[in-house]
Design a protein around this ligand. Sequence first.
Ligand SMILES: [Zn+2]
Length: 199
Amino acid sequence: MVKAEEDIGRVKIVNGRYKLSGKFHIPEANQPIFNEDTGKLAGITNPRDMTYVHSYGGEAIFFEGIATGKLWASRCDNEKCANPGTIYEPFRIYCPDCLRKATPIDITEKARKTARVHSYIITARSGAFNSLKLPIKFINVEFEGVATILMGYLSVGEPEMGMRVVPIFNTKKPTYTIVDISWVPEGTKESELPEGFTF
Ligand SMILES: [Zn+2]
């Protein structure tokens, strides 16, 4: 259902409190399911049109970053940790080893210079609400000096193991979700990028 402008559910934070406007639950009549062979009732449909409020909390910096062309990672700076100095991407709020709050670090340049395809999978069929172009070329991206790999998708060309890739960001009309970061082979021209994306 396409909502009228004033019905779109919007949320802002004012004086530390969430303020909601618009409609977050839209009722729609259910429909019966009849068996056309027997004329008997078999069930009903249950329409559900709702807007979910998803708080990013300590991960907000990561999503604001990819919308503005920056890739944030986390580093454990606790000297008493079993593995101090370990860098994690995807971004995590807490160190998985010592459970102390990790330090956000900008690894955009590291990604530009060292990112490689660790592995990939091409998906021809997607689930509901998919917004990516099919087939989706999912890639696991590794970075020099980073302990973990980041799942992403390749927007230009075909993936190969070990291939050098560089990040691109949906900075022109960001969605503030994980699809705002994508990857292209090193050497891709700006004119080949998908609409809204920049290096
Ligand atoms: Zn730690």
